[in-house]
Design a binder for this molecule. Structure first.
Ligand SMILES: Nc1nc2c(ncn2[C@@H]2O[C@H](COP(=O)(O)OP(=O)(O)O)[C@@H](O)[C@H]2O)c(=O)[nH]1
Ligand SMILES: Nc1ncnc2c1ncn2[C@@H]1O[C@H](COP(=O)(O)OP(=O)(O)O)[C@@H](O)[C@H]1O
Length: 223
């Protein structure tokens, strides 16, 4: 039996940089499990719990959810995937969250999508999301086969309440002040890999080649 090393990765980048889109390609090609903080938060909101109400008010104001709430939610989901290779998308977003993660797991790599802010605003206001799966579409870039409906399930797509121009501006500010310092945290640990560009289709081949080099021993579905 060949023992396969567990691979743990994080994908970072400003809102709209393509984290969800690239994560979809990574999990399809490399078979990692995907955990998206935004999807987890939206599932809680959908459940209409008290916690969900608090989360919705933070998200709709373009603010980050408090660190203790966020770290608790993510770390408890990660515990259930202890024996799997995973890709974390959207967490950590503050240095405090990065420290909470670092106390439990060491990361093999942190993929940083470096996409200019000017590119992002337009993308987010034309994003359509399938909330149950987190699959994203865009009226310009990857439109669904039937407008307004998910390709896989045929269920309706929605525009997120926080994808308005005003809230996107606030989210980009929060990214600059609270999330950019996390890049330095990982750079100093020697695990940060930055991919720059304005188009996912041009960035993706570089990420794919990098991951093929980085995880040769992990099950690669499309290899
Ligand atoms: N025009 C354009 N849209 C893109 C590109 N890559 C992703 N998108 C769209 O931009 C939006 C944001 O991408 P997403 O993966 O959700 O980014 P995230 O917020 O970082 O997770 C979605 O509507 C995507 O379909 C691209 O290269 N060009
Ligand atoms: N790690 C996190 N810490 C705090 N808040 C978070 C975190 N992840 C997501 N959120 C909240 O959920 C919102 C949506 O996140 P997400 O779906 O990842 O959006 P995007 O991919 O467009 O940046 C964020 O603007 C923020 O309010």
């Amino acid at each position: 039996m060949v023992l396969q090393k567990i691979f743990r990765a994080v994908i970072m980048g400003p809102p709209g940089s393509g984290k969800g889109t690239v994560s979809g390609r990574i999990i399809k090609t490399f078979g990692l499990k995907h955990l998206s903080s935004g999807d987890i938060l939206r599932a809680n909101i959908n459940a209409k719990t008290d916690l969900g109400l608090l989360l919705k008010s933070c998200i709709d104001q373009g603010q980050l959810v408090p660190d203790d709430v966020m770290s608790r939610l993510i770390l408890s989901d990660l515990r259930a995937m202890d024996q799997s290779s995973w890709l974390l998308d959207g967490f950590p977003r503050t240095v405090s969250q990065a420290e909470a993660l670092d106390a439990v797991y060491s990361l093999d790599t942190v993929i940083n999508l470096d996409v200019p802010f000017q590119t992002i605003q337009q993308r987010l206001t034309s994003r359509w999301t399938h909330l149950p799966s987190g699959r994203v579409y865009n009226t310009d870039f990857n439109p669904p086969k039937v407008p307004g409906f998910d390709n896989m399930t045929g269920e309706p797509l929605v525009q997120r309440d926080d994808d308005t121009p005003h809230t996107v501006t606030l989210r980009l500010k929060a990214y600059e002040t609270q999330t950019e310092p996390v890049l330095e945290f990982y750079r100093s640990k020697g695990v940060l890999e930055t991919f720059s560009g304005t188009e996912t289709n041009k960035i993706w081949p570089h990420i794919e080649a990098f991951l093929h080099r980085k995880l040769p021993s992990v099950n690669q579905k499309a290899a």
